[in-house]
Design a protein around this ligand. Sequence first.
Ligand code: SF4
Length: 310
Amino acid sequence: DITVHAGETVGIVGESGCGKSVTSLSIMRLLPKVNAQITRGSILFKGKDLLHLSEDEMRRVRGKEIAMVFQEPMTALNPVKTIGTQLMEMPILHLGYSADAAREHAVKMLGKVHIPRADKLIHEYPHQLSGGMRQRVMIAMALSCSPDLLIADEPTTALDVTVQAQILDLMNELQEREHSSIVLITHDLGVVAEMCQTVYVMYAGQVVEHAAIDDLIREPAHPYTQGLMRSLPREEDGGSRLSCIPGNVPLPGSVKVGCRFAERCSQAMGRCTRENPPLLRIAADRMCRCWLYAENGAAEEGKDSHEQIS
Ligand code: SF4
């Protein structure tokens, strides 16, 4: 389960192919219908199960109550519509604004994300803006109806470090002002350490560790998290080769039995290739999916993981 409390920033980390974006798209019910289906579990948002909503009801949730900032703003923004037209759509649709009021709102939102000359920029097209400016527009659009939950899928990956820092500051600032909850999806543990209170580490479609960010950074429990931490460059290691986790994330469904990380794990035991470990509670507010902790008597938390937003 993934739980997000009001006003909290939760990180979801893992390599590419671990299921981070699929998780966020399933919350929004935006998975492609041709090859994806949610077969069980529940997605609880303010007491209602999003999986039971009709498409019309879900459309009212998207953008208004739950909004998303996509990884690559150039492909997420419509290239043939002006910034203003795209920003005006949601207040007209969800808040019932007139065109004039929505335009005024769009300019105000661009101002909130520190975009200069916003009244001129609403007449421009996405290709006329830099990457950082486009990402700001995406954030302004996502926050346009003051959503309760903002899902940011790798919001800074395509940006250079200076702009990345500005965007993270901006998200922090806006969260304080709007009191939204944020789910931050990233493969960058540095970004998580700066932004999040709690973090879920995903591997091959499952949560393998859940902890408060300080505990995770100080003492990662799961061998996969330990590998991720070791691969971060540290000042004291200056000049030496960076460590890496050997191998790749397995394709979905390719590991039929045993721990999904076993092939890459330096601590694997006999049991690891026979049984997939459940999520074990290893401390009051900490969980880990690894047989090493079962040996120490950790209690089983649940057999399956599904997404739960409450
Ligand atoms: Fe490694 Fe075994 Fe733990 Fe999986 S269950 S992470 S293979 S030690």
